[in-house]
Design a protein around this ligand. Sequence first.
Ligand code: AMP
Ligand code: MG
Length: 700
Amino acid sequence: MSGFQTFLMVDWSGGNDRGPSPKADAIWAAVIREGRAEPSVYLRNRQCAEDWLLRFLAEELAAGRRVLAGFDFPFGYPAGFAAHLVGSGGPLALWDWLAAELHDSPSGNNRFELADRINAGLPGTGPFWFNASATDLAHLPRKGRDRAGHGLPEHRQCENLAKGAFSCWQLGGAGAVGSQALTGMASLSRIRAQLDGAVSVWPFQPAEAPIVLAEIWPSLFAAEIAALTQPEDIKDEVQVRHLAAKIAAWQGQGQLETALNAVPDLARTEEGWILGLNMDSAGLTPPRLKNDCFAMPQGVDWVPVAEALDRLRAGLVPVTLQETVPLAAARQRILAQGVTAPRSNPPMPNSAVDGYGFAHAATGSGVQRLPLVTGRAAAGQPFAGAVPAGQAVRILTGAILPEGVDTVVLEEDCATDGAVVVFDGPLKARSNTRKAGEDVVAGTEILPAGTRLRAPDIALLSAVGLQEVPVYRRLRVGVLSTGDEIVRKNAAPHQIYDANRPMLLSLAEGWGYEPVDLGHIRDDADLIRKRFDRAAQEADVILTSGGASAGDEDHVSRILRTSGTLSSWRIAVKPGRPLALALWQEVPVFGLPGNPVAALVCALIFARPALSALAGAGWTEPLGQMLPAAFSKRKKAGRREYLRARIGADGRVECFASEGSGRISGLSWATGLVELPDEAQEIAPGDPVRFLPYSSLGVS
Ligand code: AMP
Ligand code: MG
């Protein structure tokens, strides 16, 4: 895509401007052309604005300048609305429909009547509301709360991210955008038709035409705009001026293309999207950790486990960008944004059983004999007509309740000869039926940001019609081993095989991250440094094992110290030695002990929740269970202990015979860890101890 030479930002206005005297804030347009801001243009009403826009855009077109034109009203409606009005024509057919149906002049317009007419064609009451005219309109409620059962979501996907955005169903009242949307889409439809072929509407069309129209939302920059606005300024004017500057700057910084591309499917096909909505959270640069995020206050000698965890928790934020993935690839991915249901589940009231449906009001107690109508209602095969009161229809599980049916009697409770169905009354009204939305109501949040998606979550997302979700990119976890004694094959007697790296890589993978094998390095400062440099490019977080203490051969901690950020945490935990924490070129490094048992315990207790926070899923704590011990043990006060353990056949927790921290066999024998508290404790068989199953630590 070649760039834009002109940025035009327009603050639209939805009300009736009866002119000719100018209103304080009718319509404002700000222009930045060839990098220079021009005086903002005041447009008295929509008709003036439409004329001016047409002239302006035609001139730019003739001059060969590409224009990005932003407008502060929704370019689309929540999922399902366009299809209702214009079938498969999509959002731009809806624009054309509005252009044909909305009559708009400075002396009046029919927006309330039109909204009333649209509402009348939809079930229930709404979705449009707010009637500013004196005359009551049968289908346009004056209050938002009087709406029900219209079946459309309250918000578009993008509005669920845009905190404080108004619903486009609201046609009036302070801050409402509904009237701006109706009138704006109609105007832009005409402009598009007249500049035939030169205009594309983002994100419904690729932003490639000479003129690109896009939706903007000044509130995205509310704080910046408030800071810029002087008492004598007109806010609308400041807004468009600031947005023009801001968006022009994005192009300069190479970020505009990202903003234009980072849009979910539903926005493209139907709902539209606010330009730049995802710039902060899904922009080019993920948030950085603070340089001192691992700092320990001076004079702290031994840190209790709980305090170490609190400190880690406080210093860590998500460090990855966002992307959109199809549900089929979404298991274990972490939602970057809360997800709102575009559709209710069930979408319509339906039958919970196989049986016979009828109107409850026409039945009573005693033996009921209802003639059967011809035909039946089955799942996926709705009954076409209405069922008269006093008659019944054959209905199967999952079938939509036909018109006239509110109650279903179970097949097993009936006798029938095919013409009449007989059963004992009374039945409770609405027996054996499911209400529309009794599971999920369209427009409500079904999963919050930070959710790590599991198979049942994927079922939920699928059931409401979603095919893809916004997630954090998979955290790349680099794993590095150090030590002169470690080799990959043909180990001599003084050499050993690397156990930690394969273990940590498979842990990372099991936790849902992308394992990045950074290999093994000899205890050589230069080599380690070079590997860290490479790792900082290839990984979002680095786990090392070995060489992390303060001894002669502890090269990892020595090198991390040169980055100036090393903090050696002497955690009161067994097994474990100092945990070396640092940033290497802004990438966090967790220096784990070399002993495999300590490496695993430290990875599970400290690295696992930390990685979860870095990945966007927030802090996590293992769910332990209190179980009777099958062992006796005496422990001193002052540090927390983790024992390799498993649940025996009698339901009691056994511990591995040796506590030696080189005993890898014990890690494999175990099915979890026993956590003994910091205080002194004397455990006798049968005493309750806290067991953390491997599964609660993500070990599988
Ligand atoms: P270090 O922390 O480097 O002093 O290592 C402590 C102990 O863990 C030594 O006995 C090392 O040989 C052993 N060790 C270090 N790294 C690994 C590894 N990747 N796999 C197996 N054992 C290791
Ligand atoms: Mg070593």
